[in-house]
Write a protein that binds this ligand. Structure first.
Ligand code: GDP
Length: 474
């Protein structure tokens, strides 16, 4: 990828293939001259062209004045353009051949073919957007769901960048006095306050932690989440499974233990893809090989899922099988923050034999803290909306807001994780009373990792801060 910005680049900006119209972009110092050479409008030459106006004219070969196509063109003046350079966009008929000929004319006038992403790269190199925003543009172009578009737009608007910069600023402010005392030991610098530094590191840590929880939400929004449906035979697991999927996938009969195989299907609940697994038969002793495989699969699903729905038949008093199911979930770590359990008091259309309070104390005894308890009826289809909401809330957390920065890219998540590790190290080093050089080293590492997200020049930032906060060598 060339990093030179002295030359003028050109490329077709619309998708390859035939279209009603196509757009050729030219960006760089000679963009206007090249544009004026190959696009002729009655409005005339350079002096009369106004930026951001749409001009009607013809694309012509300046060598022989031959007209290639009728076209519209917009001229843009840097730095208020996509690339922050002078630009021109020519809209012609969308034949791939015409578009190729137009770029060839631009090339003949001294432009160079743009590399993939080079217009956006220039926007970044010219400081109009940061790396995270550049990536958001790429994500927007390739987004395939509404949620993904919303995420990318927020990132493009700079939510992720702003938070990252806040964390980085705190780190730089923590580093400034340390660096100053290291670099200029003889100079008069304010004494280094360890407590202050600790607080600044702490605030960077909490921003990073919040962003990381956003990373988790981003992953879930993109990849979905897995959810097992557990409970004693005949509680209505398969019925709820079907109701959530809005189709009859699992066979439902009044005979306990009908479902022998694990059923897995994905339902789109509140915009989140939830992979539901019906773990019917898990508590039973298999009487043949097929059943044994089914039970094994259910166990694997239980090992791997992130959320559990514990289905209780509320028309019957709680029994040992309910307790067994609760214990089984507790054993796998469900019912705590990391693996929430949603308890469904099913068959709510029938006379109640179980109250929420009774269920709660049974769960309590089993060591399970339910995320929430919801009354449902798989037959009458009540409480299903609430169940859906509970699943998405358990998956994404309460603070899930469309405006919260969502870290969608693994690259950002990695950088945040490594920055958090370095910050934790810095705290440790600071508390241990070790020399401040070591703390500075950890902080530099944390800052470098965060800077990877936005592509800041860390050394320049740091220098600026040192010289702004202290009058070294006065
Ligand atoms: P599973 O063994 O836990 O998967 O339970 P099923 O989904 O197979 O349901 C067992 C029986 O309970 C079937 O006869 C269902 O029709 C019935 N059932 C399930 N959910 C409800 C409900 O909400 N209300 C009523 N009245 N019956 C239900």
């Amino acid at each position: 990828m060339p990093f030179s910005m002295d030359d003028t680049i050109t490329a077709t900006a619309t998708a390859p293939g035939r279209g009603a119209i196509g757009v050729v972009r030219i960006s760089g110092p000679s963009a206007w001259n090249i544009g004026l050479a190959i696009f002729r409008s009655k409005s005339g030459g350079l002096k009369r062209i106004k930026p951001r106006y749409l001009y009607y004219g013809h694309v012509v070969n300046p060598a022989n004045s031959e007209q290639l196509d009728e076209a519209l063109a917009v001229f843009f003046r840097g730095p208020h353009t996509y690339t922050a350079e002078d630009m021109i966009e020519i809209q012609s008929h969308g034949s791939p051949l015409i578009l190729r000929r137009i770029t060839e004319l631009a090339l003949a006038q001294g432009a160079r073919s743009a590399e993939p992403g080079e217009f956006t790269l220039r926007a970044f190199l010219n400081g109009r957007i940061d790396l995270a925003q550049a990536e958001a543009i790429a994500d927007l172009v390739s987004s395939s769901s509404d949620a993904a578009i919303r995420q990318s737009l927020h990132q493009l608007e700079g939510t992720l960048s702003r938070q990252t910069k806040l964390a980085n600023d705190a780190i730089l402010r923590a580093m400034a006095p340390i660096e100053a005392s290291i670099d200029f030991p003889e100079e008069e610098v304010p004494p280094v306050e360890r407590r202050n530094i600790q607080q600044l590191i702490q605030s960077a840590q909490s921003i990073a932690a919040e962003l990381l929880s956003g990373a988790e939400r981003g992953r879930i929004a993109r990849e979905g989440i897995s959810c097992v449906i557990a409970g004693r035979p005949n509680a209505g697991k398969s019925s709820l499974f079907n109701a959530l999927l809005q189709m009859d996938r699992a066979i439902v009969t009044a005979m306990a233990g009908t479902t022998r195989d694990t059923l897995e299907e994905t339902a789109l609940l509140g915009g989140v893809a939830v992979r539901l697994t019906d773990t019917a038969g898990i508590t039973e002793i298999a009487s043949d090989e097929a059943e044994a495989i089914g039970v094994q699969r259910s166990k694997t699903a239980l090992d791997n899922a992130e959320i559990a729905i514990l289905v209780i038949d509320s028309s019957l008093a709680l029994c040992e099988e309910d307790t067994t199911a609760a214990h089984m979930l507790a054993e796998k770590g469900y019912g705590a923050a990391r693996r929430p359990i949603i308890a469904a008091l099913n068959k709510a259309d029938m006379p109640h034999a179980v109250t929420a309070a009774a269920l709660r104390s049974m769960l309590d005894a089993a060591g399970v803290q339910p995320f929430t308890i919801i009354e449902t009826s798989a037959v009458e289809k009540t409480g299903l909306r609430e169940l859906e909401t509970a699943i998405t809330q358990a998956a994404l957390g309460d603070q899930f807001a469309e405006h919260a920065p969502i870290v969608a890219r693994a690259r950002h998540r990695d950088a945040l994780l490594r920055a958090s590790e370095a910050l934790a190290e810095a705290q440790q080093t600071l508390i241990s009373g070790a020399p401040l050089d070591f703390v500075a080293e950890d902080l530099r590492e944390a800052s470098a990792r965060l800077s990877e997200i936005t592509g800041f020049q860390v050394t320049e930032d740091l220098l600026t801060i040192i010289f702004r906060d202290f009058c070294i060598g006065k």
